[in-house]
Structures are given as C-alpha cells and as structure tokens.
Design a protein around this ligand. Structure first.
Ligand code: NDP
Ligand code: MG
Length: 394
C-alpha cells in the first residue's frame, strides 16, 4: 500500500520508484511528474531497451542506484559514480525487485516486464501499470498473486485510471463500464480508403502523443480491444458489461454506469501525466503539472457508437478476451509483429487485422498455469505471424 502523499503533507520518507521503460513516452512523462513532486519520490532504478544516450541523461538528473540497458550496449552508458549498470533480463528483474523500491512503474512496450512485475508483486511492491501486455497476457498469474500478497495495481492507462477514479470505492452496484475511444485518425475516412493508409497517416493521432506501437493500435482500435480485456481483468466486470464509446475530443477518459442510472466520469485535458501522477499519489489528487480543464474552452463534447466494420480489431480482441486462456496472449503477440511489419512497410495497414485473425484462427488455446505457458503461446504466435507476413515480402 502506498503511503499517502499530499503536496502539503509530503512524506518525510521519499517513496522509492523504479521505472521500467524510462526512455519511452510514459517513462519520460513519469520522470516529469516525479521532478514536479520532488522530493516525494526517490528514483532508485531506471531501465530501458537500448537508448543509452537518454538513459545517461536521466541518470545524471535523477541519480538512481541502478540503470539497466536490457538489450545490451551498456558500455556506452555514461553514469554517475556509484550507479550500477546491468543488462538483459536479469537487469530488469534487479530493477523491479531492488530492496529500496516501493513503487514499480511498468512502462515498457511488449512482454519483457511480465516476469519482473510478478517478482515485484511477490515482494509486496505497489505496481503502477502502463504496460498492456502484463494483464492482457498474464492476468491469470498476476491477479491471484497480487491478492495473495496484498498488492494494489494502480492503472496508468487513462481509461482504467478514469474507471478506477469513478468507481465510488466499491460501495455501489456497477451496471456497465464505458471505455471512451478517440476513434483515431481514420474515424471519418471513407471505409475503402483505410486499408491503403500510409504509416504517416496512421501515426497521426488526433489527440494523444504516444509511442509508435500504441499509436498504430489506436488507428486499428486494437488498443481499445486490449483495454477492454484489461478492464475485465482489473475490475472483474464481465465482458458483456463493458462498452466502448467513441468520443473524439478525448476529454472524458471513461465512465462507470451504476445500477441506479447514474454515470460517473473522469474528465481532463488529454495529458498522460495526470493518470501517471494519480498512480503515484493515490488516493490523493494533488497539484500537478497538468493544465486545469476549461469546459467552455473545450466546447462541445461529442459521442458516437463504434462502427464494427470500421474497427474489426475491437470485436476480434473482445472475442479473444471471452475465449480467455492463451487467446489474449496470441492476439497481443501477433498484433505486435503485424504492427512492426506495417511500420517497416512490409505489409499494408489493411493487412494488420487479417494477419492477427489468421493466427488466432490457427491457435489451440490452453489454460495459463505458469509464465512458460504465456511465453510459449507468445513465441508460437510471433512465428506464425512472421510466416504469414513473409508471404507479403515475396
Ligand atoms: P514507447 O515505445 O514510447 O517506450 C517503450 C519503453 O520501453 C522505452 O523506454 C523502451 O526503451 C522500453 N523497452 C522496450 N522494450 C524493452 C525491453 N525488452 N526491455 C526493457 N525496456 C524495453 O512506449 P509507450 O511509453 O508509449 O508505452 C509503454 C507501455 O504503456 C505500452 O504497453 C503501452 O501500451 C502502454 N501505454 C502507453 C500510453 C501512452 O500514452 N504512451 C497510454 C497507455 C498505455 P528504448 O527507448 O531503449 O527502446
Ligand atoms: Mg488508453
């Protein structure tokens, strides 16, 4: 349990924070928030894949005890004296389980943080979770462990943070969760133009600035599909009670409908630093670097139902969630491979979802009893997706 931290009641003992994925979009914004809240948090460890230049810069500013370059290349780090450098999977594990870490921010892209997250939960560390793969692929392992060790998972994803903030402390009967979606860059494109969209078109998100993978997932709406699966896991709400609503302005970040007919929503300008800060300071809303929302300036807030033929990834993901077992892992892994192939211009935008669907259709799902089950399904899915994509190369 995180010690409450208020701007005027900052704990005399700083909370130790480790950030997996510190050089990415969420990681850099987490460091912005921590700088703003100084001295409430002490950066204990920073980890990334290979961006040694930015890791070195972050290390000189935040003075961590440990810096991890997961993909090697650690020799080109330039670190303060006394800062230990590690590499590889062991490095990520060390960053997650360091004895001085109270809060682990999981902000890597991909599945490399699943095992470190599991090990941090076993040590009772609070998890501030941005990474989607951890719960999409391994909720069956992570959630029982979190319950067993009394660990709370603080969602960073804006939709899940909004639902978390709207849930009314669990005292009320929830009727539905309503996840909002901006609709991405292709919301108003003619349907027949979308399959030939370029990488530049798909990276042009109208309201959020994010890493490349999640931006493409927002254009297909696979991102919302993964979020539906995550919401089901995090909040224990059945799939038939989770809706998606298009809200192009991205001001309402999601809402909860209660049995009496009331709906409670969380609103703010789209700025990930807000849900990141709340995941660090929960249960306190305290002064942040974010601009106050002005609804007169925002003007109209509009809503639309999702057109299933425009965003087939959404239903595909929902079906994988309902299927459970290894289906969500296979979905997530095939999508990662297909998105990387699209970004490398090996396949078209319109090929992403068909590649993922073909992999899912060929999958024989099994229950997840251990991490090896997730990793095996992940590897199987990646290999088949690669084979299907290789046909486009010829
Ligand atoms: P980015 O691509 O911007 O950043 C990814 C980070 O993870 C980088 O620091 C990268 O290091 C690091 N990384 C990648 N692979 C590894 C690895 N094998 N080991 C260690 N570190 C690794 O992603 P985002 O910040 O956009 O997203 C991170 C996660 O948060 C994703 O799961 C995404 O779905 C989720 N999320 C993101 C949101 C956003 O607004 N960006 C919103 C909600 C959720 P390097 O720089 O060295 O490559
Ligand atoms: Mg989101």
């Amino acid at each position: 349990m995180i010690v409450p931290v208020g701007r005027s009641e900052i704990s005399s003992e700083p909370q130790g924070v480790s950030i997996l994925g510190s050089t990415g979009s969420i990681g850099t914004q987490t460091l912005d928030v921590i700088a703003h809240l100084a001295p409430a948090f002490d950066v204990v460890a920073l980890a990334a894949s290979s961006n040694t230049a930015l890791l070195s810069e972050q290390a000189s500013r935040f003075n961590p005890q440990l810096v991890v370059c997961a993909m090697g290349n650690g020799e080109s780090l330039s670190l303060p004296e006394d800062c230990l450098a590690l590499e590889g999977a062991e490095g990520l594990l060390a960053a997650a389980t360091h004895p001085d870490v109270d809060i682990l921010v999981v902000a890597t892209a991909g599945h490399s943080a699943i095992e470190p997250t599991i090990e941090a939960i076993k040590l009772g560390k609070t998890i501030a979770l941005a990474n989607k793969e951890a719960l999409v692929c391994a909720a069956d392992l992570i959630l029982p462990l979190a319950r067993q060790h009394g660990v709370t998972i603080h969602p960073i994803d804006s939709e899940h943070s909004a639902i978390w903030q709207s849930l009314d402390n669990g005292h009320s009967a929830v009727q539905r969760l309503i996840l909002t979606a901006s609709g991405g860059p292709f919301l108003d494109w003619p349907l027949d133009r979308i399959p030939s969209a370029s990488v530049e078109d798909a990276l042009g998100h109208p309201t959020w600035s994010m890493g490349a993978k999640i931006t493409i997932d927002s254009a297909t709406m696979m991102n919302k599909g993964l979020e539906v699966i995550e919401a089901h896991s995090l909040f224990g709400v059945p799939y038939e009670q989770i809706d998606v609503l298009i809200h192009p302005e991205s001001i309402i970040h999601s809402m909860v409908a209660f049995a009496d007919g009331s709906q409670i929503a969380q609103l703010s300008w789209p700025d990930m630093r807000l849900p990141i800060q709340y995941a660090l300071t929960y249960p306190h809303h305290i002064a942040s670097p974010c601009r106050q929302l002005d609804l007169a300036e925002a003007g109209a807030l509009t809503f639309r139902a999702v057109e299933p033929e425009r965003f087939p990834a959404l239903d595909l993901a929902r079906q994988c969630g309902i299927g459970g077992q290894t289906y969500p892992t296979v979905l997530s892994a095939a999508d990662e491979v297909a998105v990387a192939a699209f970004l490398a211009e090996r396949i078209g935008f319109g090929d992403i979802v068909p590649v993922v669907r073909s992999v899912i259709d060929a999958h024989q799902a099994i229950d997840i009893n251990e991490l090896g089950d997730v990793l095996a399904a992940d590897a199987w899915s990646r290999e088949l997706a690669e084979q299907l994509i290789a046909r486009h190369d010829r």
